[in-house]
Ligand binder design. Structure first.
Ligand code: FAD
Length: 452
Protein backbone atom coordinates (compact mmCIF):
# COMPACT_ATOMS: atom_id res chain seq x y z
CA UNK A 1 0.00 0.00 0.00
CA UNK A 2 1.42 3.39 -0.98
CA UNK A 3 2.44 5.58 1.91
CA UNK A 4 2.22 9.38 1.81
CA UNK A 5 3.68 11.69 4.45
CA UNK A 6 2.38 15.25 4.53
CA UNK A 7 4.41 17.88 6.37
CA UNK A 8 2.08 20.63 7.54
CA UNK A 9 -1.56 20.37 8.57
CA UNK A 10 -2.74 23.68 7.09
CA UNK A 11 -5.43 23.88 4.44
CA UNK A 12 -2.98 22.76 1.73
CA UNK A 13 -1.98 19.59 3.57
CA UNK A 14 -5.53 18.83 4.73
CA UNK A 15 -7.03 19.21 1.25
CA UNK A 16 -4.29 17.00 -0.21
CA UNK A 17 -5.06 14.28 2.36
CA UNK A 18 -8.80 14.62 1.77
CA UNK A 19 -8.52 14.20 -2.00
CA UNK A 20 -5.98 11.36 -1.72
CA UNK A 21 -8.43 9.47 0.52
CA UNK A 22 -11.32 10.22 -1.80
CA UNK A 23 -9.32 8.91 -4.74
CA UNK A 24 -8.15 5.78 -2.89
CA UNK A 25 -9.47 4.92 0.56
CA UNK A 26 -6.70 2.35 1.17
CA UNK A 27 -3.86 4.81 0.90
CA UNK A 28 -1.74 5.21 4.03
CA UNK A 29 -1.41 8.90 5.00
CA UNK A 30 0.31 10.59 7.94
CA UNK A 31 0.23 14.35 8.49
CA UNK A 32 2.87 15.90 10.75
CA UNK A 33 2.57 19.37 12.23
CA UNK A 34 4.89 21.36 14.52
CA UNK A 35 1.90 22.81 16.32
CA UNK A 36 -0.89 21.39 18.44
CA UNK A 37 -4.06 19.54 17.49
CA UNK A 38 -6.76 22.00 16.55
CA UNK A 39 -8.66 21.73 19.85
CA UNK A 40 -5.49 22.43 21.84
CA UNK A 41 -4.53 25.59 19.98
CA UNK A 42 -5.00 28.51 22.39
CA UNK A 43 -3.27 31.87 22.19
CA UNK A 44 -2.54 33.44 25.61
CA UNK A 45 -2.79 36.89 23.99
CA UNK A 46 -6.54 36.25 23.62
CA UNK A 47 -6.78 36.41 27.41
CA UNK A 48 -5.55 39.99 27.18
CA UNK A 49 -2.04 39.04 28.27
CA UNK A 50 -0.30 40.27 25.13
CA UNK A 51 2.03 37.95 23.24
CA UNK A 52 3.97 35.71 25.64
CA UNK A 53 6.29 34.37 22.92
CA UNK A 54 5.23 30.70 22.93
CA UNK A 55 7.86 28.38 21.44
CA UNK A 56 5.34 27.31 18.79
CA UNK A 57 2.77 30.01 18.00
CA UNK A 58 -0.78 28.68 18.31
CA UNK A 59 -2.07 31.34 15.92
CA UNK A 60 0.07 30.28 12.97
CA UNK A 61 0.99 26.65 13.75
CA UNK A 62 -0.97 23.49 14.39
CA UNK A 63 -3.69 21.51 12.65
CA UNK A 64 -5.76 23.80 10.38
CA UNK A 65 -2.60 25.89 9.87
CA UNK A 66 -2.18 29.65 9.79
CA UNK A 67 -5.79 30.01 8.66
CA UNK A 68 -7.32 28.32 11.73
CA UNK A 69 -8.26 31.53 13.53
CA UNK A 70 -8.36 33.66 10.42
CA UNK A 71 -11.33 35.54 9.22
CA UNK A 72 -12.08 32.64 6.88
CA UNK A 73 -12.31 34.77 3.76
CA UNK A 74 -12.15 32.52 0.76
CA UNK A 75 -11.30 34.43 -2.40
CA UNK A 76 -12.87 32.40 -5.16
CA UNK A 77 -10.74 33.37 -8.12
CA UNK A 78 -7.20 34.02 -9.23
CA UNK A 79 -6.97 37.86 -9.24
CA UNK A 80 -5.23 37.74 -5.88
CA UNK A 81 -4.22 35.25 -3.22
CA UNK A 82 -1.38 33.91 -5.35
CA UNK A 83 -0.38 33.06 -8.87
CA UNK A 84 -2.03 29.66 -9.27
CA UNK A 85 -3.76 30.97 -12.40
CA UNK A 86 -0.37 31.52 -14.02
CA UNK A 87 0.94 28.15 -12.85
CA UNK A 88 -2.02 25.99 -13.93
CA UNK A 89 -3.85 28.18 -16.43
CA UNK A 90 -6.90 30.20 -15.38
CA UNK A 91 -9.50 27.51 -16.15
CA UNK A 92 -7.83 24.69 -14.24
CA UNK A 93 -6.94 26.96 -11.30
CA UNK A 94 -10.53 28.25 -11.06
CA UNK A 95 -11.90 24.72 -11.31
CA UNK A 96 -9.81 23.62 -8.30
CA UNK A 97 -10.56 26.80 -6.33
CA UNK A 98 -14.28 26.14 -6.81
CA UNK A 99 -13.74 22.56 -5.67
CA UNK A 100 -12.22 23.87 -2.44
CA UNK A 101 -15.43 25.87 -1.95
CA UNK A 102 -17.52 22.72 -2.50
CA UNK A 103 -15.44 20.68 -0.04
CA UNK A 104 -15.79 23.43 2.57
CA UNK A 105 -19.54 23.60 2.00
CA UNK A 106 -19.82 19.87 2.61
CA UNK A 107 -18.13 20.27 6.02
CA UNK A 108 -19.57 23.65 7.05
CA UNK A 109 -22.97 22.35 8.12
CA UNK A 110 -26.06 24.55 7.85
CA UNK A 111 -26.14 28.20 6.72
CA UNK A 112 -23.16 28.20 4.38
CA UNK A 113 -22.49 31.94 3.99
CA UNK A 114 -23.53 33.78 0.84
CA UNK A 115 -21.08 34.80 -1.87
CA UNK A 116 -20.12 38.49 -2.13
CA UNK A 117 -19.89 39.44 -5.80
CA UNK A 118 -17.68 42.14 -7.34
CA UNK A 119 -19.19 45.65 -7.74
CA UNK A 120 -18.84 47.89 -10.85
CA UNK A 121 -19.78 51.20 -9.17
CA UNK A 122 -17.11 50.88 -6.49
CA UNK A 123 -14.61 49.80 -9.11
CA UNK A 124 -15.29 53.01 -11.05
CA UNK A 125 -15.08 55.20 -7.94
CA UNK A 126 -11.65 53.73 -7.22
CA UNK A 127 -10.43 54.11 -10.81
CA UNK A 128 -11.43 57.79 -10.76
CA UNK A 129 -9.06 58.19 -7.81
CA UNK A 130 -6.05 56.29 -9.21
CA UNK A 131 -6.93 53.20 -7.20
CA UNK A 132 -7.53 49.73 -8.58
CA UNK A 133 -10.19 47.70 -6.82
CA UNK A 134 -9.51 44.02 -7.51
CA UNK A 135 -12.33 41.90 -8.85
CA UNK A 136 -13.18 38.82 -6.84
CA UNK A 137 -16.07 36.81 -5.50
CA UNK A 138 -15.57 36.22 -1.79
CA UNK A 139 -17.05 33.68 0.61
CA UNK A 140 -16.67 34.90 4.18
CA UNK A 141 -16.96 32.05 6.65
CA UNK A 142 -15.91 34.14 9.66
CA UNK A 143 -13.48 32.97 12.32
CA UNK A 144 -15.96 30.72 14.13
CA UNK A 145 -17.50 28.97 11.09
CA UNK A 146 -14.08 28.58 9.51
CA UNK A 147 -12.75 26.87 12.64
CA UNK A 148 -15.79 24.62 12.90
CA UNK A 149 -15.44 23.67 9.20
CA UNK A 150 -11.77 22.80 9.68
CA UNK A 151 -12.64 20.73 12.77
CA UNK A 152 -15.19 18.74 10.75
CA UNK A 153 -12.71 18.18 7.92
CA UNK A 154 -10.04 17.00 10.40
CA UNK A 155 -12.57 14.69 12.08
CA UNK A 156 -13.41 13.19 8.68
CA UNK A 157 -9.72 12.60 7.96
CA UNK A 158 -9.27 10.82 11.30
CA UNK A 159 -12.37 8.69 10.77
CA UNK A 160 -11.03 7.74 7.37
CA UNK A 161 -7.74 6.48 8.75
CA UNK A 162 -5.42 9.45 8.26
CA UNK A 163 -2.88 9.57 11.08
CA UNK A 164 -2.40 13.04 12.53
CA UNK A 165 0.81 13.68 14.45
CA UNK A 166 0.93 16.99 16.31
CA UNK A 167 3.78 18.80 18.11
CA UNK A 168 6.29 17.22 15.75
CA UNK A 169 8.61 19.25 13.58
CA UNK A 170 10.16 17.60 10.58
CA UNK A 171 13.78 18.65 10.42
CA UNK A 172 14.87 16.88 7.29
CA UNK A 173 13.79 14.57 4.47
CA UNK A 174 16.50 12.04 3.58
CA UNK A 175 16.16 10.44 0.18
CA UNK A 176 17.41 6.91 -0.33
CA UNK A 177 16.42 5.49 -3.70
CA UNK A 178 12.62 5.65 -3.89
CA UNK A 179 12.33 5.91 -0.14
CA UNK A 180 11.90 9.17 1.75
CA UNK A 181 12.91 9.17 5.40
CA UNK A 182 11.42 11.86 7.60
CA UNK A 183 13.69 13.01 10.41
CA UNK A 184 12.30 14.76 13.46
CA UNK A 185 13.98 16.27 16.49
CA UNK A 186 14.53 12.83 18.00
CA UNK A 187 15.58 11.03 14.84
CA UNK A 188 13.80 8.97 12.17
CA UNK A 189 9.99 9.21 12.32
CA UNK A 190 8.76 7.39 9.27
CA UNK A 191 9.45 6.31 5.71
CA UNK A 192 7.18 7.26 2.83
CA UNK A 193 6.88 6.70 -0.91
CA UNK A 194 5.69 10.25 -1.48
CA UNK A 195 6.11 13.38 0.58
CA UNK A 196 4.04 16.55 0.41
CA UNK A 197 5.71 19.65 1.84
CA UNK A 198 2.87 21.94 2.92
CA UNK A 199 4.70 23.95 5.54
CA UNK A 200 3.24 27.38 4.76
CA UNK A 201 5.05 30.66 5.17
CA UNK A 202 6.54 29.58 8.48
CA UNK A 203 8.35 26.69 6.77
CA UNK A 204 10.54 28.88 4.55
CA UNK A 205 13.77 27.79 6.27
CA UNK A 206 12.85 24.10 5.99
CA UNK A 207 12.07 24.44 2.27
CA UNK A 208 15.24 26.45 1.61
CA UNK A 209 17.39 23.83 3.32
CA UNK A 210 15.71 21.00 1.39
CA UNK A 211 16.27 22.81 -1.91
CA UNK A 212 19.89 23.65 -1.11
CA UNK A 213 20.63 20.03 -0.20
CA UNK A 214 18.97 18.69 -3.33
CA UNK A 215 20.31 21.24 -5.81
CA UNK A 216 16.91 22.79 -6.55
CA UNK A 217 17.00 26.37 -7.82
CA UNK A 218 15.05 29.02 -5.94
CA UNK A 219 13.90 32.35 -7.23
CA UNK A 220 13.57 34.98 -4.59
CA UNK A 221 10.81 37.42 -5.32
CA UNK A 222 9.05 40.17 -3.44
CA UNK A 223 8.45 40.80 0.19
CA UNK A 224 5.73 43.10 1.53
CA UNK A 225 6.32 45.37 4.51
CA UNK A 226 3.76 47.64 6.09
CA UNK A 227 1.23 48.23 8.81
CA UNK A 228 -2.19 47.13 10.02
CA UNK A 229 -4.60 50.06 9.94
CA UNK A 230 -7.59 50.38 12.29
CA UNK A 231 -10.45 52.86 12.27
CA UNK A 232 -14.19 53.13 12.88
CA UNK A 233 -16.01 50.48 10.91
CA UNK A 234 -18.50 52.96 9.45
CA UNK A 235 -15.78 54.60 7.34
CA UNK A 236 -15.50 51.56 5.03
CA UNK A 237 -19.08 50.32 5.31
CA UNK A 238 -20.06 51.38 1.78
CA UNK A 239 -17.44 48.93 0.53
CA UNK A 240 -17.76 46.17 3.10
CA UNK A 241 -21.54 45.96 2.84
CA UNK A 242 -21.33 45.62 -0.97
CA UNK A 243 -18.28 43.43 -1.57
CA UNK A 244 -17.29 42.36 1.94
CA UNK A 245 -13.56 42.75 1.37
CA UNK A 246 -12.09 45.64 -0.59
CA UNK A 247 -8.64 44.82 -1.97
CA UNK A 248 -7.12 47.86 -3.59
CA UNK A 249 -3.86 48.50 -5.42
CA UNK A 250 -2.14 51.88 -5.63
CA UNK A 251 0.96 53.22 -7.36
CA UNK A 252 2.57 55.78 -5.10
CA UNK A 253 3.48 59.25 -6.42
CA UNK A 254 6.96 59.73 -4.95
CA UNK A 255 8.52 56.34 -5.64
CA UNK A 256 6.03 54.85 -8.11
CA UNK A 257 6.00 51.73 -5.94
CA UNK A 258 3.06 49.38 -5.71
CA UNK A 259 1.17 49.27 -2.44
CA UNK A 260 -1.87 47.22 -1.61
CA UNK A 261 -4.68 47.45 0.85
CA UNK A 262 -5.90 43.99 1.73
CA UNK A 263 -7.01 41.56 4.45
CA UNK A 264 -9.95 43.77 5.42
CA UNK A 265 -11.83 42.84 8.59
CA UNK A 266 -15.24 44.39 9.11
CA UNK A 267 -16.08 44.77 12.83
CA UNK A 268 -12.75 43.06 13.45
CA UNK A 269 -9.89 42.78 15.86
CA UNK A 270 -6.22 43.47 15.35
CA UNK A 271 -4.09 40.54 16.47
CA UNK A 272 -0.41 39.86 17.13
CA UNK A 273 1.33 36.87 15.66
CA UNK A 274 4.62 35.31 16.61
CA UNK A 275 6.85 34.27 13.72
CA UNK A 276 9.75 32.51 15.43
CA UNK A 277 10.05 35.15 18.12
CA UNK A 278 9.23 38.14 15.92
CA UNK A 279 5.89 39.72 16.76
CA UNK A 280 3.95 41.23 13.90
CA UNK A 281 0.42 42.56 13.45
CA UNK A 282 -2.49 40.90 11.68
CA UNK A 283 -6.26 41.03 11.92
CA UNK A 284 -9.43 38.97 11.89
CA UNK A 285 -13.15 39.26 12.55
CA UNK A 286 -15.99 37.06 13.72
CA UNK A 287 -19.11 36.45 11.66
CA UNK A 288 -21.43 36.49 14.68
CA UNK A 289 -22.91 39.98 15.18
CA UNK A 290 -22.38 39.91 18.98
CA UNK A 291 -18.63 39.42 18.48
CA UNK A 292 -18.24 42.40 16.14
CA UNK A 293 -16.29 45.46 17.30
CA UNK A 294 -16.93 49.10 16.31
CA UNK A 295 -13.75 49.04 14.24
CA UNK A 296 -12.53 47.70 10.96
CA UNK A 297 -8.92 46.93 10.12
CA UNK A 298 -6.85 46.16 7.05
CA UNK A 299 -3.23 45.91 5.98
CA UNK A 300 -1.38 48.45 3.85
CA UNK A 301 1.75 46.87 2.50
CA UNK A 302 4.50 48.20 0.32
CA UNK A 303 6.04 45.62 -2.05
CA UNK A 304 9.75 45.46 -2.66
CA UNK A 305 11.37 43.33 -5.27
CA UNK A 306 15.06 42.82 -4.60
CA UNK A 307 17.53 42.29 -7.41
CA UNK A 308 21.00 40.75 -7.41
CA UNK A 309 23.16 40.44 -5.41
CA UNK A 310 20.74 40.70 -2.46
CA UNK A 311 18.73 37.52 -1.99
CA UNK A 312 17.46 37.59 1.57
CA UNK A 313 14.17 39.53 1.46
CA UNK A 314 12.67 37.62 4.39
CA UNK A 315 15.62 38.46 6.61
CA UNK A 316 15.33 42.11 5.57
CA UNK A 317 11.63 42.26 6.51
CA UNK A 318 12.27 40.42 9.77
CA UNK A 319 15.01 42.88 10.67
CA UNK A 320 12.53 45.74 10.38
CA UNK A 321 9.88 43.89 12.40
CA UNK A 322 12.50 43.12 15.05
CA UNK A 323 13.29 46.81 15.34
CA UNK A 324 9.60 47.54 15.99
CA UNK A 325 9.70 44.85 18.70
CA UNK A 326 12.85 46.36 20.18
CA UNK A 327 11.28 49.81 20.52
CA UNK A 328 7.95 48.25 21.49
CA UNK A 329 9.52 46.32 24.37
CA UNK A 330 8.87 42.96 22.71
CA UNK A 331 5.54 43.97 21.25
CA UNK A 332 3.96 45.48 18.15
CA UNK A 333 3.98 49.32 18.00
CA UNK A 334 0.81 51.38 17.61
CA UNK A 335 0.73 54.99 16.45
CA UNK A 336 -2.07 57.47 15.68
CA UNK A 337 -1.94 58.67 12.08
CA UNK A 338 -2.12 62.29 13.33
CA UNK A 339 0.97 61.75 15.48
CA UNK A 340 2.87 60.11 12.62
CA UNK A 341 2.13 63.06 10.33
CA UNK A 342 3.19 65.57 13.03
CA UNK A 343 6.45 63.71 13.59
CA UNK A 344 5.79 62.75 17.20
CA UNK A 345 5.39 59.45 18.97
CA UNK A 346 2.04 58.29 20.30
CA UNK A 347 2.04 57.94 24.05
CA UNK A 348 -0.43 56.24 26.40
CA UNK A 349 -2.06 59.57 27.23
CA UNK A 350 -2.90 60.44 23.61
CA UNK A 351 -3.89 56.84 22.89
CA UNK A 352 -6.23 56.93 25.87
CA UNK A 353 -8.03 59.95 24.40
CA UNK A 354 -8.30 58.47 20.90
CA UNK A 355 -11.77 58.07 19.43
CA UNK A 356 -10.70 54.78 17.84
CA UNK A 357 -10.24 52.34 20.71
CA UNK A 358 -7.40 49.91 19.91
CA UNK A 359 -8.46 46.27 19.78
CA UNK A 360 -4.91 45.01 20.33
CA UNK A 361 -2.83 45.88 23.34
CA UNK A 362 0.27 47.20 21.57
CA UNK A 363 3.03 49.59 22.67
CA UNK A 364 2.33 53.23 21.84
CA UNK A 365 5.32 54.52 19.89
CA UNK A 366 6.73 55.94 16.69
CA UNK A 367 6.72 53.97 13.45
CA UNK A 368 8.95 56.51 11.73
CA UNK A 369 11.83 55.18 13.85
CA UNK A 370 11.28 51.75 12.37
CA UNK A 371 10.00 51.83 8.81
CA UNK A 372 12.43 52.92 6.09
CA UNK A 373 11.60 56.31 4.51
CA UNK A 374 10.52 54.73 1.25
CA UNK A 375 7.95 52.43 2.86
CA UNK A 376 6.69 55.03 5.27
CA UNK A 377 6.16 57.51 2.43
CA UNK A 378 4.37 54.82 0.40
CA UNK A 379 2.07 54.01 3.32
CA UNK A 380 1.21 57.65 4.07
CA UNK A 381 0.47 58.38 0.39
CA UNK A 382 -1.74 55.28 0.21
CA UNK A 383 -3.72 56.36 3.27
CA UNK A 384 -4.39 59.76 1.66
CA UNK A 385 -5.39 58.07 -1.62
CA UNK A 386 -7.79 55.71 0.18
CA UNK A 387 -9.24 58.69 2.03
CA UNK A 388 -10.63 59.90 -1.30
CA UNK A 389 -12.86 56.84 -1.71
CA UNK A 390 -13.53 56.27 2.00
CA UNK A 391 -13.31 59.71 3.65
CA UNK A 392 -12.12 59.44 7.23
CA UNK A 393 -9.37 56.92 6.47
CA UNK A 394 -6.74 59.67 6.97
CA UNK A 395 -8.25 60.91 10.25
CA UNK A 396 -5.83 61.80 13.03
CA UNK A 397 -7.29 59.02 15.19
CA UNK A 398 -6.70 56.24 12.67
CA UNK A 399 -4.34 53.72 14.26
CA UNK A 400 -1.35 52.13 12.57
CA UNK A 401 0.18 48.97 14.02
CA UNK A 402 3.63 47.94 12.92
CA UNK A 403 4.95 45.99 11.46
CA UNK A 404 2.91 43.69 9.34
CA UNK A 405 5.01 41.74 6.88
CA UNK A 406 4.13 39.17 4.29
CA UNK A 407 6.89 36.72 3.59
CA UNK A 408 6.68 34.70 0.44
CA UNK A 409 10.06 35.27 -0.91
CA UNK A 410 11.38 31.91 -2.00
CA UNK A 411 9.90 30.20 -4.98
CA UNK A 412 11.63 26.91 -5.62
CA UNK A 413 11.53 25.52 -9.13
CA UNK A 414 9.16 22.58 -9.53
CA UNK A 415 7.76 20.70 -12.49
CA UNK A 416 4.24 21.44 -13.72
CA UNK A 417 2.78 19.09 -11.06
CA UNK A 418 4.58 21.00 -8.28
CA UNK A 419 7.14 18.21 -7.83
CA UNK A 420 10.47 19.38 -6.40
CA UNK A 421 12.20 16.10 -6.97
CA UNK A 422 11.05 12.49 -7.48
CA UNK A 423 8.23 11.80 -4.99
CA UNK A 424 8.44 15.18 -3.19
CA UNK A 425 5.75 17.81 -3.82
CA UNK A 426 5.63 21.41 -2.62
CA UNK A 427 2.26 23.12 -2.15
CA UNK A 428 0.58 26.09 -0.50
CA UNK A 429 2.13 29.31 0.75
CA UNK A 430 5.53 27.65 1.23
CA UNK A 431 5.77 27.21 -2.53
CA UNK A 432 5.78 30.98 -3.13
CA UNK A 433 2.80 30.42 -5.46
CA UNK A 434 -0.16 30.86 -3.11
CA UNK A 435 -0.93 33.56 -0.57
CA UNK A 436 -4.35 32.59 0.66
CA UNK A 437 -6.62 29.81 1.78
CA UNK A 438 -8.45 29.04 -1.48
CA UNK A 439 -5.39 28.73 -3.67
CA UNK A 440 -3.40 26.82 -1.02
CA UNK A 441 -6.31 24.38 -0.70
CA UNK A 442 -6.66 24.15 -4.48
CA UNK A 443 -3.00 23.22 -4.80
CA UNK A 444 -3.54 20.41 -2.28
CA UNK A 445 -6.45 18.98 -4.28
CA UNK A 446 -4.51 19.33 -7.52
CA UNK A 447 -1.37 17.44 -6.50
CA UNK A 448 -3.49 14.69 -4.92
CA UNK A 449 -5.09 14.15 -8.33
CA UNK A 450 -1.70 14.08 -10.03
CA UNK A 451 0.23 11.96 -7.54
CA UNK A 452 -0.73 8.40 -8.55
C1 FAD B 1 -4.06 35.74 11.21
C2 FAD B 1 -4.17 35.29 9.75
C3 FAD B 1 -5.32 35.57 9.04
C4 FAD B 1 -5.46 35.14 7.72
N1 FAD B 1 -6.64 35.36 7.07
C5 FAD B 1 -6.83 34.86 5.83
C6 FAD B 1 -8.10 34.93 5.20
O1 FAD B 1 -9.09 35.41 5.76
N2 FAD B 1 -8.22 34.46 3.93
C7 FAD B 1 -7.16 33.89 3.26
O2 FAD B 1 -7.34 33.48 2.11
N3 FAD B 1 -5.96 33.75 3.86
C8 FAD B 1 -5.77 34.22 5.12
N4 FAD B 1 -4.55 34.07 5.74
C9 FAD B 1 -3.50 33.36 5.00
C10 FAD B 1 -3.77 31.87 5.07
O3 FAD B 1 -3.93 31.47 6.40
C11 FAD B 1 -2.66 31.11 4.39
O4 FAD B 1 -2.59 31.54 3.04
C12 FAD B 1 -2.92 29.60 4.41
O5 FAD B 1 -3.08 29.16 5.73
C13 FAD B 1 -1.79 28.85 3.73
O6 FAD B 1 -2.03 27.49 3.87
P1 FAD B 1 -0.84 26.43 3.85
O7 FAD B 1 -1.48 25.09 4.02
O8 FAD B 1 0.02 26.66 2.68
O9 FAD B 1 0.08 26.76 5.12
P2 FAD B 1 -0.25 27.00 6.66
O10 FAD B 1 -1.69 27.25 6.88
O11 FAD B 1 0.72 28.03 7.11
O12 FAD B 1 0.10 25.60 7.34
C14 FAD B 1 1.41 25.15 7.43
C15 FAD B 1 1.53 24.24 8.64
O13 FAD B 1 2.79 23.59 8.56
C16 FAD B 1 3.32 23.45 9.86
N5 FAD B 1 4.78 23.32 9.70
C17 FAD B 1 5.64 24.24 9.23
N6 FAD B 1 6.90 23.74 9.18
C18 FAD B 1 6.81 22.47 9.65
C19 FAD B 1 7.76 21.41 9.85
N7 FAD B 1 9.05 21.57 9.53
N8 FAD B 1 7.32 20.24 10.37
C20 FAD B 1 6.01 20.07 10.70
N9 FAD B 1 5.06 21.03 10.51
C21 FAD B 1 5.46 22.20 9.99
C22 FAD B 1 2.88 24.72 10.58
O14 FAD B 1 2.82 24.49 11.97
C23 FAD B 1 1.49 24.97 9.96
O15 FAD B 1 0.46 24.46 10.76
C24 FAD B 1 -4.39 34.47 7.06
C25 FAD B 1 -3.21 34.21 7.78
C26 FAD B 1 -3.10 34.59 9.12
C27 FAD B 1 -1.84 34.27 9.88
Amino acid sequence: MAKVAIIGGGIGGLMAAYRLKQNNKDINITIFDSGHMIEKRHCPANKNMGCVHCKVCSITCGFAGAGAFSDGKFNLGTAYGGTLGEALGEDVANEYINEVDKVLESFAGENYPKLFLSNEELKLKCLQNNLRLLDMNVRHLGTDKNLQTMESLIKWLKENGVELVSDTTIKEIKISGKEHILIGETGELTKADKVVIATGRGGAKFVTEFCEKNGINMDSNSVDIGVRVEMKDIIWREFSSAIYEPKILYRTKTFEDRTRMFCFNQGGLVSAENNHGIITANGHSYAEPEKKTENCNFAILSSIHFTKPFNKPTEYAEYIARMANMIGNGNVLVQRFGDLIRGRRTNDHRLGQNTVIPTLRATAGDLSLVLPHRMLTNIIETIYALDKVAPGTANDDTLLYGCENKYYSIRPQTDSDFRLTEGVYLIGDGSGITRGLSQAGAMGLYIADKMF
